[in-house]
Design a binder for this molecule. Structure first.
Ligand SMILES: Nc1ncnc2c1ncn2[C@@H]1O[C@H](COP(=O)(O)OP(=O)(O)OP(=O)(O)O)[C@@H](O)[C@H]1O
Length: 232
């Protein structure tokens, strides 16, 4: 289906976000500058950009984690800015799979428990076990399923975080440098799983420094001076 005819999953209209620089409250750094974005169902988007330009801030804003100073975000027909914190938590839990740059695994849960957590929180019956076992094996972490996060390397934690973000088949997957801690081969396997998980009802936004990962995406933007410049 042509992109323009597909259902819209998320729109961001004229987002503005500045942060205070250092201790001087008069010095502001503009991170998002009238940034707009439309995400269609079935779409995969890569966002490139230099370190510190605000890519993680943008993902956090889209997920309703970081408030913006001005602008509107609509997700699944709801205006995110108007939701209560509780409603935003539920929205993320049910409809967003977020792969954080620093993984954010729950230290007291095993690998398998971490991955299954979204299903448990959503009171969803686990119908994904066979597929999960296959993905754990594919990513070389099946043998680690009973370990705790602190017993894993960074790259192993990253793979757990990826499977956890996908388990509840979210409408929107937000991935912040999902292959940053992985070798080339494992990174490619992860990218395969990530891009294959986009269905005609869901979408993926991946922040990456890797041109190879970006090349897999349908749409590529670069974040420059607080705005998204389309490259593909
Ligand atoms: N909690 C915070 N408080 C103050 N400034 C912050 C905070 N988080 C990020 N920043 C600043 O906001 C800017 C954007 O940071 P962000 O993490 O969004 O960039 P990024 O493009 O994701 O970087 P990287 O590619 O290095 O991960 C940076 O200048 C950073 O120092």
């Amino acid at each position: 289906m042509p992109k323009d005819e597909a259902q819209v999953v998320l729109t961001a209209d004229n987002l503005n976000k500045s942060i205070q620089q250092g201790d001087d409250s008069h010095q502001q750094q503009t991170i998002l500058n009238n940034l707009s974005l439309t995400v269609h169902a079935g779409e995969s988007i890569a966002i490139l950009g230099r370190s510190g330009t605000g890519k993680s801030t943008l993902l956090n804003a889209l997920a309703g984690i970081t408030p913006v100073d001005k602008g509107n975000i609509t997700f699944c027909g709801k205006t995110v800015n108007q939701l209560t914190e509780r409603e935003k938590t539920l929205m993320r839990r049910e409809n967003i799979g977020y792969i954080f740059q620093f993984f954010n695994l729950v230290p007291t849960l095993t690998v398998k428990e971490n991955i299954l957590l979204p299903l448990q929180l959503n009171k969803q019956y686990n119908t994904a076990d066979q597929q999960l076992n296959q993905q754990l094996s594919q990513l070389g972490i099946k043998r680690l399923e009973d370990r705790y996060p602190q017993q894993l390397s960074g790259g192993e934690q990253q793979r757990v975080a990826i499977l956890r973000a996908l388990i509840h088949r979210p409408k929107l997957i937000l991935a912040d440098e999902p292959t940053g801690s992985l070798d080339l081969e494992t990174g490619n396997q992860v990218a395969e799983i990530l891009f294959n998980s986009v269905t005609e009802d869901s979408a993926l936004i991946v922040v990456t420094h890797s041109e190879e990962i970006a090349a897999r995406a349908q749409t590529v933007y670069r974040l420059v001076n607080g705005k998204l410049v389309q490259e593909k």
